[in-house]
Design a protein around this ligand. Structure first.
Ligand code: PHE
Ligand code: ZN
Length: 878
């Protein structure tokens, strides 16, 4: 294994390299089993490094064919080569070249890192440390190099040859082979290097930048699929225009290419001028993609494009700074989607993801700071904490200093650090300078792990007409950080009167901060509002202004006031969720149906009558109950997933029955025969209609089944068809099996659609699911070699089937542990990611906890584990 020592890498040990690589000329001759890479590297001593030391280049499973120093073949005494390393003992004192010839077998590369094959195409993935699987290099992000790449291949096999930067030449290479030369003028770290070769179709267009430069933009896909790439191409052009408008950032090359491949470890990759995508985030048609798929495509296309400035033009000094590009770029893509769609609904969706992924991670053994201080395997730090919490930190920064200072800080950052590899300190300093604020304490968000809990207690003095709000914060211990300091928590707030009017805030209450924002930066604080004419209901953390848990002493009636009247849509939604969460928690405690709470049903009925027509996307969010995982996190310890499932089901059935008439009515009102358009308005109507169907079917299963079956068969788009199938999947019986069979028959040639079918079945909350899963693994469309298939079938079971993964008999854990071990030999990254399903094992009741620990220990004790799986299993058990 590459990292045979399993050594810990620490931020504090950072030092610059001893050598720099200014230019690299690569000549890559593609061949299925023996691809030759000739790399001519132009090196010199780094003035910031140690003088006259050996040169040590990184490798990973490499085979050296030949080596020349300054064009002279190197004598065997001059160097030492192993698959992991190339050491040149005494490099020339003056700038010199190394010409390195290596050979790799892309067909045998099942890790999907470095050069590999996806279907019949050749492609590369270099982040984080994949370039060292192509040639020996200083494979770290602070070595910026200008790449020129010649790619050669059989013309029949690979008529399309793509690289980073601009195309400079192409032609015949003899023997049926051809070549293309690409030059990227922007110095970049090698993790942004990419090539693609294959038989591909494309959709292409031209984008004119704000300064009037023409850019050829194209999306490449497998032959025959070009029509399904038009939405991605359109999203790309919209992203380019948005970044000019909102951040003043213009694109900088003559071409921008996106390539979709079917075998990919992650979502997509921002290689300079040549983004490579998991095809799941490119291909879409009305028949095969849901509204959620379209929204994901738009967001990820934007994300990778935005990296051109936040990630590529300014990159990271070292991998500890990963959030410098990822948190910031997630923030940027969230803002883009908010502008293109509904801002409130986007915020709710983002917070759902944050809580489901990041809060879960942050409360268990895998918790780590947004900027970790140490790692064993960097691949394991592409986490919800680095990405999603990283984005929340940027959002808080903007809330604290205001939009104008934020934009000035961004401009300063682009100005000052363009063309460099930067750090979080350098980034934060730009905003301190632009706003004139001391951000020292705020920057602790990058260092301290764990989700703070903010507790709020209010007291109204009717005599004095004052309202006092007592706030406290605590952050629980996380691995390696037993003691926590208070964080800087921006709390956007308002006071709502009993009949819904917003009560003006006395200026003194939030003095010194942005209007309507109180900043809690100590362990506690008391806010006093004067001239408050009536007992108010506080609306705290509006727009989810900080990634914290909020405990607040509001009763159901007060929460329903916020639900009905709050001017902040996020808190309207949140209040309804809180009421529902409490109802489910009561049912978990009681074990029997609690006395039906008519207030919630009444409030929802009223809400639907007022808002369903004007804001269906928001209404759909309101109708979606908190998930089982939300409830489990709320309980926090000794969780019995079966009890959570039963309780949630009880509340859902009760609510569905109470609202059945309204839901049915709304459902039929929203039925439309207009042709499918994947825009936000249409998506909102479909979301509400399908939310109605789901809740109705819980309350009236027999009628719900009929309605769902009809929708399933009549739908002219995947959103409606798949939503109906989802409803049916929760109703055991013949109809479900019939629908599942019809679906797989209809889409038997579309792997991405079958992924939906796999995933739906993996999430059925019934004891038979494990057997079903074993059967589906033998389905001809399933393959352990394709990450999307693995994630759909096995990942959905492990990550999203709370009751069956956490079966009391441990069979769910055993199954997933077996799969992790089976995958590890083939693709350690995917295996390690799957194993993170155990991240919440410590909050389970004792019997399940013991079973989970047993499975984890079995994984950890298996000889020959990859560093990836060894790291996750080790930390999970600590
Ligand atoms: N940098 C990619 C992104 O977020 C993610 C990625 C990481 C892809 C590692 C592949 C490998 O945008
Ligand atoms: Zn990214």
């Amino acid at each position: 294994m590459r990292d045979e020592s399993g050594a810990v890498i620490r931020l504090e040990d950072y030092r610059p390299t001893d050598y720099l690589i200014d230019r690299a000329e690569l000549d890559i001759r593609l061949d299925r089993h023996a691809t030759r890479i000739l790399a001519k590297l132009h090196l010199r001593a780094n003035p910031a490094g140690r003088p006259a030391v050996p040169l040590v280049l990184d490798g990973d499973e490499l085979r050296l064919v030949s080596l020349a120093i300054d064009d002279v073949p190197a004598s065997p005494q001059a160097f030492e080569a192993s698959p992991e390393r190339l050491v040149v003992h005494a490099p020339p004192a003056q700038p010199f070249t190394l010409t390195i010839e290596t050979e790799t077998d892309p067909t045998a590369n099942t890790k999907l890192m470095g050069l590999y094959r996806s279907g019949s195409a050749y492609c590369t993935q270099c982040e984080a440390e994949g370039f060292r699987r192509i040639t020996y290099f200083l494979d770290r992000p602070d070595v910026l190099c200008v790449f020129t790449t010649r790619i050669e291949a059989d013309r029949q096999e690979a008529p399309v040859l793509l690289g980073n930067g601009n195309p400079v030449a192409a032609g015949e290479a003899g023997g049926g082979r051809h070549f293309a030369i690409w030059h990227d003028p922007f110095p970049k770290p090698c993790y942004l290097f990419a090539i693609v070769g294959g038989r591909l179709d494309k959709v292409a267009d031209r984008f004119t930048t704000m300064s009037g430069r023409a850019v050829d933009v194209a999306v490449y896909v497998e032959p025959g699929k070009a029509a399904d790439a038009t939405y991605a191409l359109d999203a790309l052009k919209r992203s380019m225009a948005w970044d000019e408008r909102v951040f003043g950032r213009e694109y900088d090359l003559d071409v921008f290419n996106v390539v979709a491949v079917s075998d990919f470890n992650m979502g997509a990759m921002e290689n300079k001028g040549l983004n490579i995508f998991n095809d799941k985030y490119v291909l879409a048609s009305a028949e095969t993609a849901t509204d959620a798929d379209y929204a994901n495509i738009e967001a990820i296309i934007a994300h990778e494009y935005f990296h051109n400035w936040t990630g590529n033009r300014i990159t990271c000094r070292d991998w500890f700074q990963l959030c410098l590009k990822e948190g910031l770029t997630v923030f940027r893509d969230q803002e883009f989607s908010a502008d293109e769609r509904s801002r409130a609904v986007k915020r709710i969706a983002d917070v759902r993801v944050l809580r489901a992924q990041q809060f879960a991670e942050d409360s268990g053994p895998l918790a780590h700071p947004v900027r970790p201080r140490q790692y064993r395997e960097i691949n394991n730090f592409y986490t919800a904490t680095v990405y999603e919490k990283g984005a929340e930190v940027i959002r808080m920064l903007r809330t604290l200093i205001g939009d104008d200072a934020f934009r000035r800080g961004m401009d300063l950052y682009f100005d000052r650090y363009d063309g460099t590899a930067a750090t979080i300190e350098e980034f934060v300093a730009c905003f301190a300078e632009a706003s004139g604020r001391d951000l020292g304490h705020f920057a602790q968000w990058y260092e301290q792990a764990g989700t703070p809990t903010v507790n709020a207690r209010g007291h109204y003095d009717a005599e004095a007409k004052t309202y006092r709000l007592a706030l406290t914060q605590v952050t629980p211990p996380t691995p390696g950080q037993p003691e926590k300091a208070p964080q800087v928590i921006p709390i956007r707030l308002g006071l709502v009167g009993g009949s819904g009017a917003e009560i003006a805030l006395s200026p003194a209450a939030t003095a010194g901060h942005m209007p309507g924002v109180f900043v809690l930066d100590g362990p506690s604080a008391t806010l006093t509002f004067t001239n408050v004419p009536e007992k108010p209901v506080p609306s705290l953390l509006r727009g989810f202004s900080a990634p914290v848990r909020l405990e607040i002493d509001l009763d159901e009636d007060e929460l329903l006031v916020l639900f009905r009247y709050d001017s902040d849509a996020f808190n309207q939604w949140q209040s309804a969720q809180t009421v529902a969460t409490r109802a489910i928690l009561r049912a978990v405690g009681a074990g029997t149906p609690p006395a039906p709470d008519r207030r919630m049903a009444d409030a929802l009925r009223h809400f639907l009558s007022m808002r369903a027509g004007s804001d269906p996307a928001f209404a759909a969010q309101v109708l979606a109950l908190p998930t089982e995982a939300d409830i489990a996190r709320e309980i926090g310890h000794d969780v019995d997933p079966d009890a959570v499932h039963r309780a949630r089901q009880l509340v859902k059935v009760e609510l569905g029955a109470a609202l059945a008439a309204e839901l049915a009515e709304l459902y039929s009102q929203l039925s439309s025969r207009e042709p499918y358009v994947p825009d936000a308005a249409g998506a909102g109507r479909r979301a509400l209609r399908n939310a109605c169907l789901d809740l109705f079917a819980a309350g009236r299963p027999a009628e719900g089944e009929d309605l769902a079956m009809r929708q399933f068969r009549d739908a002219d788009n995947m959103t409606d068809r798949f939503a109906a199938l989802g409803v049916l999947s929760h109703l055991p019986g013949a109809a479900r099996e019939t629908a599942l069979a019809e679906f797989s028959e209809r889409f038997r040639n579309n792997a991405l659609v079958l992924d939906k079918w796999f995933s739906l079945q993996a999430m059925i909350p019934e004891p038979e699911t494990l057997e079903r899963l074993r059967g589906l693994m033998r389905h001809p469309a399933f393959s352990m070699g394709n990450p999307n298939r693995v994630r759909s079938l096995i990942g959905s079971f492990a990550m999203a089937n709370l009751t069956q993964f956490n079966r009391a008999d441990g069979a769910g854990y055993d199954f997933v542990a077996d799969m992790v071990l089976a995958l590890d030999a083939r693709n350690p990254q995917v295996a390690a990611r799957l194993l993170t399903a155990f991240r919440t094992w410590k909050m389970l009741e004792p019997r399940r906890r013991a079973e989970a620990e047993k499975a984890l220990r079995r994984v950890a004790g298996t000889p020959g584990l990859s560093p990836d799986v060894a790291d996750i299993s080790g930390r999970s058990l600590s």
